[in-house]
Design a protein around this ligand. Structure first.
Ligand code: RFL
Ligand code: PHB
Length: 389
């Protein structure tokens, strides 16, 4: 088989790139290790930046998102029993959009399938060959049969555990990583959200986040030890712990119900450089991970896709290769700023095992400064709604 761009990974990054390129007459094949249902069962992001929303619209897949999403003009930050609000729209003119990654991925699959896209599921042993030459190709196995795809370019959109990043020789690649000494236990429940906006809470017992997908679907998270498993947390134990980590007024109005999903995610900051090796381009989680505290993961994937899509269109339509040559540099410049913001939000809001009294005083001073200082709130708002592409 032959295609112009072989895309490894059928998550949001791979699907969005494929859809955008297809609209510009550029042919792609997507190889996905799992099934569509499996990809759609992963509950992940919920907050979209304007840039992501605009890219979905540009891809022609914004209709359901525009009808079903919620606009949030601000967020609540709590510490102990105190709370304050940061008004994104007042500070930046831009709100954020609440629309689940599951829904967005479903929209992209529906659009790709309606266009007859070449989407190959259950692929095994995917390997990228000769990416540093002009004739790269990808091999894989499906249903016991070995296959080969020749292509102009490979887009590595296969997430943190994929093969694309590993294809870049260690003599070329440099990884930067920070692991945090806790995870997030997430619960999805068919209950009305405790508040109309997200609540990020720093409590003595650890971090908690109240988020949502719609008027009757709530998403809650609490910081937990990495050694915990979801089985250690009955629904009752989770709700009790969440209540204890929220200001009284939210704890009292929290409506609980059975969980419909419960999982633990470790927290990590990670960046690999460069994001391009020859004809291989890394996008999204394949190249970088942020701790979810700033809601940046999926949104950083969107800026990668934006740069790569425009670079590929310039190359195929106008024989202009500068965008491809500068892809890694441009993508990384934005990524590092999102890394900084996510790291800062994580430090501001979590309890760390090694924290001494002094560190706690610093955290509290940081929160009080943010509460009182308009300029500090503006900085948070600008980062939260997304820096320009
Ligand atoms: P994905 O979604 O991991 O998709 C990669 C796909 O590649 C496939 N794959 C392979 N396919 C073929 N061959 C191989 N060898 C392969 N290896 C892997 C996988 O099966 C998968 O389908 O990466 P992508 O597309 O780059 O998307 C990234 C986002 O999923 C991720 O950044 C966000 O979910 C992060 N994130 C959040 N981001 C936000 O912007 N806002 C949020 O509010 C937000 N909340 C979150 C989050 C992530 C979380 N977890 C669980 C890590 C909340 C949580 C709890
Ligand atoms: C979510 O709704 O899943 C969510 C929202 C905000 C975050 C992280 C996750 O910072």
């Amino acid at each position: 088989m032959r295609t112009q761009v072989c895309i490894i990974g059928g998550g949001p990054s791979g699907l969005l790139l494929s859809q955008l390129l297809h609209n510009k007459g550029i042919d792609t094949i997507i190889l996905e290790r799992k099934t569509r249902d499996y990809v759609l069962s992963r509950i992940r992001a919920g907050v979209l930046e304007k840039g992501f929303v605009e890219l979905m619209r540009e891809a022609g897949v914004g209709k359901r998102m525009d009808a079903k999403s919620y606009i949030h003009d601000g967020t609540v930050i709590a510490y102990g029993n105190e709370e304050f609000r940061i008004d994104f729209t007042a500070h930046t003119g831009t709100p954020v959009v609440i629309y689940g990654q599951t829904e967005l991925t479903r929209d992209l699959y529906d659009a790709r399938e309606a266009d007859g896209a070449k989407l190959i599921f259950n692929t095994e042993d995917v390997a990228i060959h000769d990416a540093d030459t002009d004739t790269p190709y990808v091999t894989y196995t499906v249903g016991g049969q070995s296959q080969r795809i020749d292509c102009d370019y490979v887009a590595g959109c296969d997430g943190f555990h994929g093969v694309s990043r590993q294809t870049i020789p260690s003599s070329v690649r440099r990884d930067y990583e920070k692991l945090y000494p806790f995870g997030w236990l997430g619960v999805l429940s068919e209950t009305p959200p405790v508040h109309e906006e997200l609540v990020y809470s720093n409590s003595d017992r650890g971090f908690a986040l109240c988020s949502m997908r719609n008027a009757n679907l709530s998403r809650y998270y609490i910081q937990c030890p990495l050694s915990d498993s979801p089985d250690d947390w009955s629904d009752g134990k989770f709700w009790d712990e969440l209540r204890r980590r929220l200001p009284d007024r939210h704890a009292e109005s929290l409506i609980t119900g059975p969980s419909i999903e419960k999982s633990i995610a470790p927290l990590r900051s990670f960046v690999t450089e460069p994001m391009r090796w020859g004809r291989l381009f890394l996008c999204g989680d394949a190249a970088h991970i942020v701790p979810p505290t700033g809601a940046k993961g999926l949104n950083t994937a969107a800026s990668d896709i934006y740069y790569l899509y425009h670079a590929m269109v310039a190359f195929y339509h106008d024989k202009e290769s500068e965008g491809l040559d500068r892809y890694s540099e441009k993508a990384l410049a934005r990524i590092w700023k999102a890394e900084r913001f996510s790291w800062w939000m994580t430090n501001l809001l979590h309890r760390f095992p090694q924290q001494i009294e002094f560190d706690l005083k610093m955290q509290r001073a940081d929160l009080e400064f943010l509460r009182e200082n308009e300029a500090a709130q503006k900085v948070l708002a600008e980062n939260y709604v997304g820096l320009p592409f």
